[in-house]
Write a protein that binds this ligand. Structure first.
Ligand code: NOJ
Length: 532
């Protein structure tokens, strides 16, 4: 049986506001994305996931949706999305949309009705509660963006719940009408031919019915993100959630081979439950361990990979993520030299990789002056802003990096180093970050060992390196990664003849001695080998 496309494919995340501005208003849009499909095809990715493009007051830049079945005018029209879909399909690219079921915008007509009166038929579509006896919020739950998760509504004298911004009221997923309305949203887009969904905060849809207080997180320190202040004992991963995920999956399955991806920040043991007992929930519950790990170290990375592979349910398919629109970029976290090693890791592990736009050219976090912060999480706390990883894509060395026309003020400033780090410059440089990414994608695509092959870590003594094997039938690759800035030597107890298929420096090939493998500082090697 042929594996489904999402197992062999590589997903590329586009943050639409920042990808390509076709109408020169300083904000990226759908026609802009369509104009870059040839680039994405040339790069060699297989699917595009779009962060939200629906009508929104943009309090959380599209994650606050006022209408689930249309397109925000800043991004274009429904016809533009249809055209993007058709043009993507014509190039063999899949299109995945973002589905945001936990909350709507407070400007969504459902919420407008819900807040109109306590007896409105949509009242129970959201989570309303009387004040505590002292008039304060019903319990201690805190919002991921800071402060109480409850907002008092003068008109009806009750609080509503918002786990994110005050303009993002949480829907009540215990109300079957809400569930049905949201499954209808999925069907609306499936009917139009989209290839799947990334589901926003999938593990948070249900909250404790008794509204019990969350315990504080004993490890949280002032200055750290608000979302870690409490342990989400009563707001995350609640009993009943799996029935909802199963229903979403059933809805998708009616339409053939579509993919269900869950945004789930949970420890790996708990994450695994989201594949479903019968593998009937998310195809890919996002595995964010490389995004959340505090230090970029060989030993930790190897532990993460080995444990994840070991506890993966039988038949389930792994996935790996290095970055997204919520977390500092990998080139900033690990440094640009290490980011090349990280890219080799991402694209040679077993499982579906998701690449964040710009990471393929080695983009770092941009700098955004405090007075220009847009992100609600960064308001008053510039250090927590996510704007830095959302700066415009760097296409060329011209003004505005080719993202917008010269003279246009872009919604976030273009990163300072764009003249050296952009698609046009790197395309012409055989040793560039972009050339490395493209070569890795090409090798991956053409090698069953790298796409579908088995994974096995290789034991060796060197603490700074991580070596593993990928194998399918007769095809074998060794991946040897040096996570340090020093030269390393590895002694492998492997009898075989190897030749370098690719070095992260892109300046090395030919036969290689596996019994004494030398890796230069920050070097990764992809070695094809045969047993003798
Ligand atoms: C997760 C999204 O990735 C993030 O950008 C957003 O702020 C929250 N969910 C709320 O929707």
């Amino acid at each position: 049986m042929q594996p489904p496309w999402w197992q062999k494919g590589v997903i590329y995340q586009v943050y639409p506001r920042s990808f390509m501005d076709s109408n020169n208003d300083g904000i990226g849009d759908i026609p802009g994305i369509t104009s870059k499909l040839d680039y994405l095809q040339w790069l060699g990715v297989d699917a595009i996931w779009l962060s939200p493009i629906y009508p929104s007051p943009m309090a959380d830049f599209g994650y606050d949706i006022a209408n689930y079945t249309d397109i925000d005018q800043v991004f274009g029209k429904l016809e533009d999305l249809e055209r993007l879909l058709q043009q993507a399909h014509a190039r063999g690219l899949k299109l995945i949309l973002d589905f945001v079921p936990n909350h709507t915008s407070d400007e969504h007509p459902w919420f407008q009705q819900s807040r109109a009166s306590r007896t409105n038929e949509k009242r129970s579509w959201y989570i309303w509660h009387d004040p505590a006896p002292d008039g304060g919020p019903p319990n201690n739950w805190t919002s991921f963006f800071g402060g109480s998760a409850w907002q008092f509504d003068e008109k009806t004298e009750q609080y509503y719940l918002h786990m994110f911004d005050v303009k993002q009221p949480d829907l009540n997923w215990r109300n079957p009408e809400v569930c049905q309305a949201m499954y209808d949203v999925l069907r609306f887009w499936l009917e139009r031919g989209v290839d799947g969904f990334r589901v926003d905060v999938l593990w948070m849809l249900l909250k404790d019915e008794q509204l019990r207080d969350n315990p504080p997180n004993p490890n949280w320190k002032p200055g750290e993100a608000h979302e870690y202040r409490q342990l989400g004992l009563y707001t995350e991963d609640q009993p009943g959630i799996h029935e909802i995920v199963r229903e979403m999956r059933r809805t998708l399955d009616t339409y053939g081979e579509r993919v269900l991806i869950g945004e789930i920040y949970l420890p790996p043991e708990r994450l695994m439950h989201y594949y479903g007992e019968m593998l009937d929930e998310a195809h890919l519950p996002f595995n964010f361990q490389f995004v959340t790990m505090p230090t970029w170290e060989a030993r930790v990375i190897r532990q993460i990979v080995d444990k994840y592979e070991a506890i993966l349910p039988e038949g389930a398919w792994p996935n790996w993520v290095l970055g997204n629109h919520d977390r500092p970029r990998i080139a900033t976290r690990a440094g640009r030299e290490q980011a090349r090693v990280a890219q080799m890791l991402l694209l040679t592990l077993r499982g579906t990789p998701t690449c964040y736009y710009g990471d393929e050219i080695g983009m770092e976090n941009g700098s955004v002056p405090p007075e220009m912060i847009h992100d609600p999480r960064g308001k008053g706390h510039p250090e927590l802003s996510r704007d830095y990883e959302r700066t415009p894509m760097q296409w060329d060395s011209g003004p505005n990096a080719g993202f917008s026309a010269p003279g246009v003020t872009t919604w976030l400033p273009v990163a300072n180093d764009y003249q050296s780090w952009n698609v046009a410059v790197e395309r012409d440089d055989a040793l560039s970050f972009l050339s490395l990414t493209r070569e890795l994608l090409m090798l991956r695509r053409s090698s069953p060992a790298l796409t579908l092959g088995a994974y096995q870590a290789i034991d060796e003594e060197n603490e700074s390196c991580f070596v593993y094997l990928r194998q399918h039938d007769e095809q074998r690759y060794l991946v040897a990664l040096n996570f340090s800035a020093q030269e390393q030597e590895i002694h492998l107890a492997i009898r075989g003849r190897g030749h370098v298929a690719l070095s992260t420096s892109m300046d090395r090939d030919g036969a290689i001695d596996l019994s004494a493998l030398r890796l230069r500082p920050n070097e990764g090697l992809l070695i094809e080998y045969s047993i003798i």
